[in-house]
Write a protein that binds this ligand. Structure first.
Ligand code: GLU
Length: 340
């Protein structure tokens, strides 16, 4: 980065300018549900004259799919999204390692040898219902990482690795005012207990990486799906332990299928890529999503930029967007005109 640009960046932050982010995990193709959340995040930042960060969250091996990040970027650009800075988490591991070291030196984490499932949970963004409660079995048992590894060897489980857990005092009440969801109060000790933050000796997972990055990138507000609302208190505890200051949160309802479950393959093909391949216009997709937020008429074709003056958080329904009537979405009016 040039010196000029770095100065500008400092300036943006010191005058408290809005900085938002889009943080896709390349674990699958982008679909209508992901895009709706990104659309809200993009419009929120741009309507406030703010800046947007694009951050690829690719620490979730083995769930990450090769090529998915590139495809997500293509899809988003095709839909009219843009951003000002671009980062890839797998290229930033040293920052997460430093943060882990800081927590370790403060005595706030410990090695844990509990099940593979627990250890793997350290890597993923814990979407609603995926977080496990941990009773603290390994707390105080191993003073070093090597000791925890030795214990696994003695149990004949040397193919497994410990994870690092963050110590949560009881009680650990976290309160925050979400811009969309309202007042939230959690006791992290009774809902989740000590939570995993890194797999392997220094490989940070989602929770630690997201906290380090949001702070390093000067993010002032986190806009994302409300399936991550319950992951927020843990992130707030980590921010406090690392002296990273506060950030604003704005969690919006998800898109779901008729069965009320998070939109996924089982509900049919709502991948942006598939619509593109069928010749659907980007404006038709933007219109479809915008109509679910109260910013467009059903069937209206509109660009993302043209939605800026219509952006209004108060018209977004507080219930999930039920995506159930898309069978006849692909029609001559939603498709590009055939070539003459
Ligand atoms: N990358 C995460 C996901 O796609 C979202 C992270 C976040 O917004 O904090 O699940």
């Amino acid at each position: 980065m040039t010196e000029e640009r770095a100065k500008q960046k400092m300036n943006d932050r010191s005058i408290g300018r809005y900085v938002g982010r889009l943080a896709p995990s390349p674990t699958g193709a982008l679909h209508l549900g992901n895009v709706r959340t990104f659309m809200i995040a993009w419009l929120r930042a741009r309507s406030l004259g703010g800046k947007l960060i694009m951050r690829i969250e690719d620490l979730d091996h083995p769930r990450d799919k090769p090529g998915a990040a590139k495809e997500a970027i293509e899809d988003l650009k095709w839909l009219g999204f843009d951003w000002d800075e671009f980062y890839i988490q797998s290229e930033r591991k040293e920052f997460y390692r430093d943060a882990l070291e800081k927590l370790r030196s403060k005595g706030l984490v410990y090695p844990c040898i509990c099940s593979r499932r627990d250890v793997e949970a350290a890597q993923s963004a814990p979407h609603e219902g995926e977080q496990l409660f941990y009773s603290g079995t390994c707390r105080g048992r191993y003073t070093t990482w090597a000791q925890a590894c030795r214990e696994l060897q003695m149990r004949g489980q040397s193919s497994r690795l410990p994870c690092w857990r963050f110590k949560v005092d009881a009680p650990s009440i976290v309160e925050f005012d979400d811009v969309f969801a309202g007042r939230c109060v959690y006791d992290v000790s009774s809902s989740f207990g000590d939570f995993p933050i890194a797999r392997d000796e220094g490989a940070a997972g989602y929770t630690l990486a997201v906290v380090v990055d949001d702070s390093a990138m000067g993010v002032t507000e986190i806009v994302r799906g409300d399936d991550l609302l319950s992951a927020t208190p843990q992130q707030i505890l980590l921010r406090r332990s690392l002296d990273l200051g506060d950030v604003s949160y704005l969690h919006v309802p998800l898109a779901v299928g008729k069965d009320g479950r998070r939109l996924a393959k089982r509900h049919g093909d709502t991948r942006i890529k598939s619509y593109r391949e069928m010749g659907v216009k980007s404006q038709a997709l933007i219109g479809l999503i915008a109509s679910s937020c109260g910013w467009a008429q059903e069937g209206e074709n509109i660009t993302l930029a043209d939605l800026l003056p219509r952006f209004d958080l108060s018209t977004i329904p507080h219930n999930p967007w039920v995506v159930d009537k898309l069978g006849n979405f692909v029609t001559p009016s939603t498709r590009e005109a055939p070539l003459a």
